[in-house]
Design a protein around this ligand. Structure first.
Ligand code: HEC
Length: 173
């Protein structure tokens, strides 16, 4: 009798273990995806903010290139002046957005170079707006400084864009 109880006790114990183990096995496949889902979400948030910055950069690049086409000494048409004015204005505005939304809090170099970008594009805007004698020379000077800020920040961050920014050029050593 005693051994009978012990046997059924052991059976019950084994059954409980089996049920628990089966339950564990059936839940396990979900724990992986659940966990992965969480990390994916985190990565997605990071990628989204980069996507936004990427779009800003593309917009900056568009105006940068339009201005670059007006570099070199030749008679500027009023639409050339407008292009320079707009480039200065848009890049200043977008620099401000980057300053407010995207500067990594611990990166002083990034901050410095983004402020430089804003300063130089604002100079371009001012000169193109006032069109004083020598304004175009000032624009060319500021544009050179502006270009340096692009290069220095991309260098600082290890972003290789030279094929994009300077077609046919090789990265400076
Ligand atoms: C202070 C930092 C900084 C400055 C200044 C800067 N950039 Fe960028 N740039 C970045 C970062 C960061 C990225 C990468 C964005 C991403 O894809 O996450 C980038 C990416 C780009 C890209 C690639 C976008 C793409 O499609 O992947 C272009 C083009 C670009 N920048 C152009 C410019 C131009 C033109 C200037 C100057 C007028 C400039 N950048 C100035 C930080 C900077």
């Amino acid at each position: 009798m005693c051994s009978g109880i012990r046997t059924s006790g052991r059976k019950l114990y084994t059954t409980i273990l089996l049920v628990a183990f089966t339950a564990f096995l059936s839940v396990m496949p979900f724990s992986g995806p659940l966990y992965a889902g969480k990390t994916d979400e985190k990565k997605k948030v990071e990628r989204e903010s980069n996507e936004e910055l990427k779009k800003l950069m593309e917009e900056i690049d568009k105006h940068y290139k339009a201005a670059q086409e007006r570099m070199g000494y030749y008679a500027l048409s009023s639409s050339d002046w407008d292009t320079l004015l707009k480039a200065g204005k848009v890049i200043t505005k977008l620099s401000d957005r980057v300053l407010k939304e995207f500067v990594p809090p611990d990166d002083k170099e990034y901050l410095k170079l983004m402020k430089e970008m804003k300063k130089r594009s604002a100079e371009i805007y001012k000169a193109a707006n006032e069109k004083y004698v020598g304004a175009y020379e000032d624009i060319q000077y500021s544009f050179g400084r502006l270009r340096n800020s692009c290069k220095n920040c991309h260098n600082h961050l290890g972003i290789q864009l030279y094929t994009n920014l300077y077609p046919g050029g090789t990265p400076p050593k």
